[in-house]
Unconditional design. Structure first.
Length: 457
C-alpha cells in the first residue's frame, strides 16, 4: 500500500537522510494522537525494540491537559509514573505533509508489563479478540464531517471561536463549484491521506456552510480506527500548514448542521474474505440473515447504554435535532436517514450504518462499543427488529437517543452488558472521565448565560 513502510524499507531511507524523524504515537482518551518525535536513527537503534516511555497521567487528563483526581489508573498519591509505548510495526508509514517524517502507532504497557487496559487501542483490541474467538472478523468504515474556516487556528482562538468565516457562504451539499474553491485544501487532505497509507474514496461538500466530508475506504476495525485517528489529526495539521482551520465538533454552531461520524460495520468469517451479511433482501420489513439481525438488534438494544462512547462531550448531544439528518430515534430502516440505524449497500458491501456517533467520537471507543453491542445481540440471540418506514423524527413512540451527557452517564452506570463486555476497569475509567467533564461544564459561566441574564435578570 502506498505510504506504508516496514523496517526493511525504512532503514535505507534513514541512512540516506530521506527519513530523519519518527513520530511514535498512541490515541488518548479523546482520540487525540500523543507521543514523541524521535530521531530516526535512535528509533532504529533503540525504540524499535525497546519502545519509548511517557507519563501514564496522559490517560487521566482533561482536554486542557490538566491532571484530574479520582482515577484508579494513576494519581498524585501513586506518583504519576511512566508507561511504555511499544511500536506496532504493522502501522509504520510515511507522513507526506511533514518533511522527512514517518509515523508508527504504539500500544502502551504499565510498569508491570501488562497492557494499560483503559487505553483506547487496547479497549478495541479486546473486543476484536472476543469477535475472533466467536469466529468473526469485524470490518468498519467511518464517514466524518468537519467544518473548515478561513481563519487560522490562532486567529480562531483569538476570536474565541465566535463569528468565524466558513470557506463557503452557502449550503454546499454535493456542490462542485463551491468545492472547487475549497479544492486546494481538500485535495491536500485526500492526497496526503493516500500518501500516508489511509485510502480515500471521495470527498464532497456537506449540508452546512463550509462543511466537508471525506470518506475513507473500509478496513478491519483496528486498521480503520488507526486510519480515522490519523485522518482527524492530519487534517488539522494540513489546515494549519495552509493557514486555515477546521473543527470536528459535533455541533459548532446552534444554527448550523451538526458533524457526524457515520459508523458502518459488517461481519466476515475468520479469514476476513467471506461476508456474513448477505445481499440485501428487497422484501419489506426483513433484515436478511440471522446473524445480521442479531448484530443489528444488539446495537439497537445497547444504543442508550453505550451512548457515551458515541457522544463523549456535552456538545455531542446538541447535534441530535429533529429534521437535521442527525438521528433522534433508536430505530432501523432500509436506506432511511431519519433512523438512528440505516441499512445500506449490496452484496459484500451490505452493512449497518450507525448514524448516532458524532465527529467528536473517539474512533477506537466507538468501534469497540459497536462490537460489544453486536456481540451481545448474537450471544443473547436477540430478535431482529422490524424495519421502520416513514419519518422517524415524527414518531414519539420510538425510543429516544440520550438528550444530554448526564443522561448517557446514567445509562452507562446501570449497564451490566457494558461491564461484562468492556470490563469494570474500563467502564469506571470512562464514567469518571465523563462525570468530570460534566462537572467542568456545570461550573462554567457560558456566553449564553451572560447574554440572557447579565442586564435583564
Amino acid at each position: 500500500m502506498p505510504g506504508r513502510l516496514d523496517v526493511k524499507t525504512l532503514e535505507p531511507l534513514v541512512r540516506k537522510g530521506e527519513i530523519d524523524t519518527i513520530l511514535t504515537v498512541f490515541p488518548d482518551t479523546f482520540g487525540r494522537l500523543l507521543g514523541k518525535r524521535l530521531v530516526a536513527r535512535y528509533f532504529l537503534d533503540h525504540a524499535l525494540h525497546d519502545g519509548v516511555h511517557a507519563c501514564i497521567y496522559l490517560f487521566t487528563v482533561d482536554m486542557e491537559m490538566e491532571p484530574l483526581p479520582g482515577f484508579r489508573l494513576t494519581s498524585w498519591e501513586r506518583g504519576y509514573g511512566d508507561m511504555k509505548a511499544v511500536p506496532d510495526l504493522d502501522t509504520l508509514r510515511v507522513i507526506p505533509w511533514l518533511p522527512r517524517t514517518a509515523l508508527v502507532f504504539c500500544d502502551v504497557y504499565g510498569d508491570d508489563g501488562a497492557p494499560v487496559e483503559e487505553a483506547p487501542r487496547w479497549v478495541l483490541k479486546r473486543q476484536l479478540a472476543r469477535a475472533a474467538a466467536a469466529g468473526y472478523v469485524v470490518k468498519t468504515a467511518a464517514e466524518l464531517e468537519l467544518y473548515c474556516f478561513k481563519e487560522s487556528f490562532e486567529e480562531a482562538l483569538a476570536k474565541r471561536y465566535q463569528n468565524l468565516t466558513p470557506v463557503s457562504g452557502y449550503l454546499e451539499d454535493y456542490h462542485i463549484l463551491q468545492t472547487t474553491k475549497e479544492e486546494p485544501f481538500v485535495r491536500a487532505v485526500r492526497n496526503g491521506m493516500e500518501g500516508a497509507g489511509v485510502p480515500v474514496e471521495a470527498s464532497k461538500g456537506e449540508w452546512g456552510r463550509g462543511q466537508e466530508e471525506i470518506n475513507l475506504r473500509y478496513a478491519e476495525a483496528l486498521e480503520m480506527a488507526d486510519r480515522t485517528a490519523l485522518y482527524k489529526h492530519g487534517t488539522k495539521e494540513i489546515a494549519h500548514l495552509q493557514g486555515c482551520s477546521v473543527t470536528f465538533m459535533a455541533k459548532y454552531d446552534a444554527g448550523a448542521a451538526g458533524s457526524s461520524f457515520h459508523l458502518h460495520s459488517s461481519l466476515w468469517d475468520r479469514t476476513g474474505k467471506r461476508a456474513l451479511f448477505p445481499t440485501r433482501e428487497r422484501k419489506k420489513g426483513t433484515t436478511g440473515s440471522t446473524v445480521f439481525g442479531q448484530w443489528l438488534a444488539g446495537q439497537m438494544a445497547m444504543a442508550r447504554e453505550l451512548a457515551y462512547f458515541h457522544a463523549p462531550t456535552v456538545n455531542s448531544y446538541k447535534r441530535y435535532q429533529s429534521g437535521s439528518f442527525a438521528p433522534t430515534r433508536i430505530v432501523a430502516g432500509w436506506d432511511n436517514r431519519t433512523c438512528g440505524f440505516r441499512l445500506c449497500g449490496e452484496g459484500d458491501g451490505f452493512r449497518v450504518e450507525n448514524r448516532i456517533p458524532g465527529a467528536d467520537a473517539n474512533p477506537y471507543l466507538a468501534f469497540a462499543a459497536t462490537i460489544a453491542a453486536g456481540l451481545h445481540g448474537i450471544g443473547a440471540k436477540l430478535k431482529a427488529p422490524r424495519l421502520y418506514e416513514g419519518n422517524a423524527y415524527a414518531d414519539a413512540t420510538l425510543p429516544q437517543v440520550p438528550r444530554t451527557l448526564g443522561e448517557a452517564i446514567a445509562e452507562l452506570e446501570r449497564s451490566t452488558v457494558a461491564r461484562a463486555a468492556l470490563g469494570d476497569r474500563v467502564v469506571e475509567h470512562y464514567l469518571h472521565t465523563a462525570r468530570l467533564e460534566q462537572q467542568a461544564f456545570d461550573r462554567a459561566v457560558t456566553d449564553w448565560e451572560l447574554m440572557r441574564y447579565a442586564e435583564r435578570i
